[in-house]
Design a protein around this ligand. Structure first.
Ligand code: CP
Length: 325
């Protein structure tokens, strides 16, 4: 295992947060601070560094009440790469089934020595509630359809690495906008950094009310496609819907799947993103998902670097001013 101290510099003056609960209230300076640190961690990881032991003595707990592959695994890896301990809490085998509340569960884990809690829950606001009730750092890993800040950050990092800047780019979020926490985090972060955002999907999953967030909306991918620089393809979240939002998956794919024909009508250098998990043949065809315009796996790689940066930033604030000190 190669161990390499990287030159991160001091904690940026703009960063005062012990928690990362969303991107809605982050300033451009704060967003840029996370992205800049993530870039440094990415460079170290790409150079083969497996351990940057800046967080030895810190304990991270992944408190996931919903399933995850990318977010939970990359938070675990990020914590370990930083020399922290990382443990996974399993909701399905926990004492929640005996009636213990989420707050009591989290307080018990904190009492065992957790310094950071990475929380995913289907109820919007759960990480915020825990942040109010715990002394440790809380990071939102997805609260229902509300926010998924580290996903937004890794999407934005991927765009910035490929394009150099967010300023002036047109980014379209396509698919299940209504139920997507990734859409909300992307909108806040992208707009703060100067991108033009379009939300696009069937009328049951995107409505003119989204204009209140100062984004353009469209029901037609084909109409917007020629002027899009970045396409972020969101999964249809059937698990959050009571009624089927369109007649058939086949019809959805006909209107909204990014496929070879649509690629031919897009800008030559269009960047294709998807937060994952992807449903091949629904929001994107396999040839496009695996093709040269796709940065889908690059996003996953960037997820480790972003989570290293976030863990380092929030725990640096905790260490500088421990609660109760
Ligand atoms: N993108 C994302 O949040 O994936 P997981 O649900 O696998 O964590």
């Amino acid at each position: 295992m190669s161990e390499h101290p990287i030159e991160l510099g001091p904690l940026p003056q703009c960063w005062k947060r012990r928690h990362l609960l969303g991107l809605e209230d982050l300033t451009a300076e704060e967003l840029t601070a996370v992205l800049d640190k993530a870039d440094l961690f990415k460079q170290a990881l790409v150079a083969g560094t497996r351990r940057v032991p800046l967080l030895s003595g810190i304990t991270n707990c992944n408190l996931f009440f919903e399933n995850s592959t990318r977010t939970r695994t990359s938070f675990s890896l990020a914590a370990r790469r930083l020399g922290a301990d990382s443990i996974d809490f399993s909701a399905s085998t926990s004492s929640l089934s005996k009636g213990e509340t989420v707050i009591d569960t989290a307080k018990n884990i904190e009492a065992m020595g957790a310094d950071v809690m990475v929380v995913r829950h289907r109820t919007p606001g759960t990480p915020h509630l825990l942040a109010q009730n715990l002394d440790c750092c809380v990071i939102n890993a997805g609260d229902g359809p509300h926010e998924h800040p580290t996903q937004g950050l890794l999407d934005i990092l991927t765009i910035r690495q490929r394009r150099g800047t967010l300023q002036g780019l047109t980014v379209a979020l396509v698919g299940d906008i209504a139920h997507s926490r990734t859409a909300r985090s992307n909108i806040w972060g992208l707009k703060t950094l100067g991108a033009h955002v379009i939300v696009c999907g069937p009328s049951t999953l995107v409505s003119p009310r989204w204009k209140e967030l100062d984004v353009e909306f469209s029901y037609s991918l084909d109409d917007i496609l020629p002027r899009v620089d970045v396409l972020n393809l969101l999964r249809i979240q059937f698990e959050r819907q009571h009624d089927r939002p369109f007649p058939s998956v086949r019809e959805y794919a006909h209107l909204y799947a990014m496929n070879r024909d649509r690629l031919a009508r897009a800008k030559d250098d269009i960047l294709i993103l998807a937060p994952g998990p992807i449903n091949r043949g629904v929001e994107v065809t396999p040839d496009v998902a695996d093709g040269p315009q796709s940065a889908i796996l690059e996003q996953v790689t960037n997820g480790v670097a972003v989570r290293m940066a976030v863990l380092w930033l929030v725990t640096s604030v905790l260490r500088a001013a421990p609660v109760g000190s």
